[in-house]
Design a binder for this molecule. Structure first.
Ligand code: GLN
Length: 463
């Protein structure tokens, strides 16, 4: 009830597309009965959660924040959603995103942009929209901005996001919550409407690292409906009792001192590195030499997969159908023109261009080769004895909405993914530490602070 109240109270954040109030109350009552009888399903029984609106939810509208899927109610639940429901977790709603998860601001939704809850704290001094409807705000980051805002604003205790190039970690960082991008193959993608199949993973957003680990424990595992999933033996999903920070070697990739990195972010990065050092961890510079090619390479591969993935939206099977029915081709074309925003249409066109017979080798094959080199970079570093990489998540803190939507900033915003997206392309996990899902993100100082305080067992870390 409290979460549903929070959703109503913070409706101006636009973090929810659908609120499943009735269903939530019914599920919560069932959970309450189980808890009263002393027979909960598990640690998540009765815990309210929200789900990014690109995961299929049975008989609940699933829009991908696109006109194309408005009104689409899937007949099944995504595996990760089903697993949470099976545990008794309570679904409170579906959250806002950039259309089809393409973007990094949660500003490109057919339902309007999501707003960062921290816009309305004293340090930003924005008037709440009730006080001043024209006031500016800072973005949530994206594309899972609704999920991050829902957790940050206490409207749910955990949320599912998706992460293809940073879409869970980026808003997690900008909204000051914990965001985890699990290793590819650890969680099922069945029912996650695809962006880039070879890079997409469901992401987990929570308020503490232990919560994220608990959710990971519930969601992980092989799923026969997703042939890319594997069973990871001995995956540790609780914080170890006897963890000694002095056994850890932290790598700082030198290429991540990228153009556009703000002075403030650089300082915070250094501060966190020194915290590790003071606590006894080894901190050393490492090299990921192909980082500079990753943004371009990602865009070629992303557009190519988008071009193929989006072919299913033809106006016949799902969602929107144009009124122009003079021919099948005309129906397809107008449906797709009306249904997709300019970002999606641009990627479809670019992708088909990269895949043309005469361009295929020059763009697609080349990008795949570079992808291999990027994956090798990570493998080499981990094999050299590094346990974790410490990097910022974004180049700077959250932009104001009015600045972010300027055309020149949008072009630049692709650059924002530089710290997060190489690892999606690498698809790697640590070769020796199979218990560590690669690239859990706890990376701005506020989030790092939550991390440290919630890991009291990390005794040597006296911050
Ligand atoms: N910003 C990237 C893109 O627009 C990544 C998005 C994501 O991770 N879903 O493709």
């Amino acid at each position: 009830k409290k979460c549903l109240k929070r959703i109503k109270k913070t409706h101006y954040l636009n973090s929810f597309i659908t609120v499943t109030e009735e269903l939530a109350m019914k599920q919560a009552q069932e959970a309450e009965h189980r808890l009263l009888r002393g027979k909960p399903h598990g640690p998540l029984d009765g815990v309210p959660f929200s789900v990014k609106d690109n995961f299929c939810t049975e008989n609940i509208e699933t829009t991908c924040a696109s006109h194309m899927l408005k009104g689409y109610c899937p007949p099944f639940n995504a595996t990760v959603v089903q697993k949470l429901l099976d545990q008794g977790a309570v679904l409170v709603g579906k959250t806002n995103l950039d259309e089809f998860a393409m973007g990094s601001g949660s500003t490109d939704s057919v339902f309007g942009p999501a707003r960062n809850p921290w816009s309305y704290t004293s340090s930003y001094r924005e008037q709440s929209p009730e006080q001043d409807p024209d006031s500016d705000w800072v973005i949530t980051g994206g594309s899972s901005g609704g999920s991050a805002a829902a957790v940050a604003s206490l409207s749910s205790f955990m949320a599912l996001g998706s992460d293809t190039g940073g879409s869970t970690r980026n808003p997690g960082s900008l909204c000051g919550v914990v965001a985890l991008k699990p290793t590819y193959g650890l969680l099922s993608r069945h029912g996650l409407i695809p962006l880039v199949n070879s890079m997409d993973v469901p992401g987990i957003i929570t308020r503490s690292v232990q919560d994220a680990a608990t959710v990971l424990g519930v969601l992980q595992g092989r799923d026969e409906k997703d042939s890319t999933t594997v069973q990871f033996p001995n995956l540790a999903t609780s914080l170890p009792e006897d963890f000694d920070i002095r056994d850890i070697c932290v790598g700082i990739p030198k290429e991540y001192h990228a153009p556009g990195l703000s002075a403030e972010t650089l300082t915070q990065w250094g501060r966190v590195a020194s915290m590790f050092e003071r606590a006894g961890a080894k901190v050393r510079e490492v090299s990921l030499p192909h980082t500079q090619h990753s943004i371009v390479c990602y865009h070629v591969l992303c557009c190519a997969e988008v071009a193929s993935n989006m072919a299913r939206f033809d106006g016949l099977e799902y969602g929107h159908r144009s009124a122009v029915e003079s021919s099948t081709e005309a129906l397809y074309a107008t449906t797709r023109h009306e249904g997709f925003n300019h970002v999606v249409r641009t990627r479809i066109l670019s992708g088909n261009y990269f895949l043309l017979k005469q361009n295929y080798d020059r763009y697609f094959v080349k990008a795949q080769q570079i992808r291999r080199l990027i994956a090798e970079d990570f493998r080499r570093v981990f094999q050299s004895g590094v346990d974790v990489l410490l990097t910022p998540t974004t180049l700077s803190d959250a932009a104001r909405y009015s600045d972010f939507i300027q055309e020149d900033n949008r072009t630049r915003s692709a650059q924002e993914d530089i710290f997060t997206q190489p690892v999606n392309m690498a698809g790697t996990r640590h070769p020796h530490r199979s218990e560590i899902p690669t690239y859990s993100t706890v990376q701005n100082l506020e989030t790092a602070h939550i991390y440290f305080t919630s890991c009291q067992r990390w005794k040597n870390l006296n911050t």
